[in-house]
Design a protein around this ligand. Structure first.
Ligand SMILES: Cc1cc2nc3c(=O)[nH]c(=O)nc-3n(C[C@H](O)[C@H](O)[C@H](O)COP(=O)(O)OP(=O)(O)OC[C@H]3O[C@@H](n4cnc5c(N)ncnc54)[C@H](O)[C@@H]3O)c2cc1C
Length: 438
């Protein structure tokens, strides 16, 4: 209930923040002789700019803001709302050009005043930023290069747009309106300063040390970290943190990983990481004693937030990590509720945590159903992918009262979502963790 209240509260704050500049700017005298269309174009520009400025807060990972929704929802909102903001900002000059074609001359940087050119460049940079973000994978833009350019472009867009507003000067003539823009600009810059300076400074004072690196089945390595000179962090099983290793927290090279250890043992935090790309392939080379930093915990993918008489986990590949954390924690808490794990893996030999899951079946009221893509000879269990038929065979009779946690590759998540829907499981009882935030 508290999370819902917080959620509604932040939506209200968001609406107030994007609409206040517009309302305040429209109070008081307006420039004489201007048409409805011109006023509308300006209004859209103001709302679009306010939305863009607030984007810095959305990605600042402020705990109170992310907690009610989960950071994946916030990032999703950030992506979608940026398209709407872009449409508003783009509509601003388009309406102007249609209404007064003579203003097209403002596009010529050689003759246009600097304030107009600032607006044009801001719009162009915003278009580049949007294209690079929406089509990053298709354009084969490396994640780190994208992230660095994203921050620089976003800052430049907002700075140039504020310069444009102040330079044009309509609606910001009175001192209190100027103060409003100064306050807004300072707030947006503060979000940036918090993310790039304050938070790294806080993290640098809370280092961790790699205690052990162990190989798991399925090209996966578990990194165990211990807090160095501080109490460490507590987390809910199923949550995740951003890990920085070999670098300081000022670096943009940080990667999100789910905790795989029990939440009952915060003195030793474990992350189980599959070799997939540039960074994850190098983790096996980490030596004990290496310093690491953690920003977290984040996420709402945890049974702690969804009390139920029983739970169903559906995991694919390395998507087992948050699930194994929930199961280990449940075992440590002597949780007697029933758990069902449906776990898809390519091969029997490659099932990450296979032996430990067998052991957990002895400690918990847990049943594990393996689904193998390439089963070994003589395999009598489930094969192929997780489908509605397969789920119907395994879900318990009380299925409608259970909570469902799904984590795995994108196609699996989508297929399982559809399958659960077919089986009549209420959507609010299914929770998915997507490993591709961006
Ligand atoms: C909430 C969450 C929990 C996760 N938990 C686990 C886990 O427990 N175990 C595990 O093995 N993997 C986990 N992942 C996935 C893991 O973060 C990526 O596989 C890893 O960052 C890839 O980095 P790379 O440089 O090796 O691969 P690359 O080949 O460079 O990247 C592959 C893809 O991973 C994503 N990615 C890369 N770097 C980052 C980054 N810094 N931040 C966000 N996304 C990035 C991008 O979409 C990229 O296209 C999780 C991801 C998320 C979002």
């Amino acid at each position: 209930m508290r999370r819902i209240i917080y959620g509604v509260f932040w939506v209200g704050v968001y609406l107030i923040l994007i609409l206040t500049p517009l309302v305040v700017l429209l109070i008081g005298p307006t420039p004489p002789g201007r048409s409805f269309w011109r006023e509308l174009s300006v209004a859209l520009g103001f709302v679009g700019l306010a939305m863009l400025g607030i984007q810095f807060f959305l990605t600042a990972r402020v705990p109170g803001v992310t907690r009610p929704y989960g950071i994946d929802v916030i990032y999703h909102f950030h992506r979608q709302i940026s398209l709407i903001a872009f449409a508003f900002v783009l509509a601003h000059p388009l309406i102007l050009f249609i209404e007064s074609p003579e203003t097209l001359i403002l596009l010529n940087p050689l003759t246009a005043p600097a304030r107009a050119t600032a607006g044009v460049i801001a719009l162009l940079l915003l278009a580049i930023l949007i294209v690079a973000s929406v089509w990053r994978l298709r354009l084969r833009i490396n994640y780190e290069a994208w992230r660095l350019s994203h921050g620089i472009l976003a800052t430049a867009v907002v700075a140039l747009a504020v310069g444009h507003v102040v330079g044009v000067g309509y609606y910001v003539g009175e001192p209190y309106k100027r103060i409003l823009w100064i306050v807004l600009s300072v707030a947006w810059v503060s979000a940036l300063v918090y993310t790039r300076l304050v938070k790294p400074l806080l993290l640098i004072n809370r280092p961790y040390q790699v205690e052990e690196v162990t190989q798991e089945r399925g090209d996966t390595w578990t990194l165990a970290l211990r807090p160095e000179g501080h109490k460490g962090m507590t987390f809910r099983p199923g949550q995740f943190a951003w890990l920085t290793i070999w670098r300081t927290p000022f670096s943009i090279r940080e990667h999100p990983f789910s905790f795989s250890s029990s939440a009952m043992h915060p003195e030793r935090l474990e992350f189980s990481i599959k070799e997939l790309g540039d960074f994850t392939r190098t983790l096996k080379e980490v030596t004990p004693g290496t310093r690491a930093y953690l920003d977290g915990p984040y996420g709402v993918f945890t049974l702690d937030y969804y009390p139920a008489p029983g739970y169903v986990f559906i995991a694919g590949g390395v998507g087992i990590t948050p699930v194994v954390s929930m199961l280990r924690t449940a075992a440590d808490r002597r949780d007697a509720r029933p758990f069902l794990l449906i776990y898809g893996s390519p091969t029997w030999e490659g099932i990450t945590f296979r032996e430990e899951l067998e052991e957990l079946e002895g400690r918990l009221n847990l049943r594990v159903c393996h689904v193998l893509e390439q089963p070994p000879e003589g395999w009598t269990g489930e094969t192929g992918f997780v489908t509605a038929d397969l789920l119907a065979r395994h879900l318990p009779d009380e299925r409608l009262h259970y909570e469902y946690f799904i984590c795995g590759p994108e196609p699996m998540l989508n297929a399982v979502d559809r399958a659960l829907d077919q089986l009549g499981i209420p959507i609010e009882q299914t929770h998915a963790e997507r490993f591709n935030l961006v």
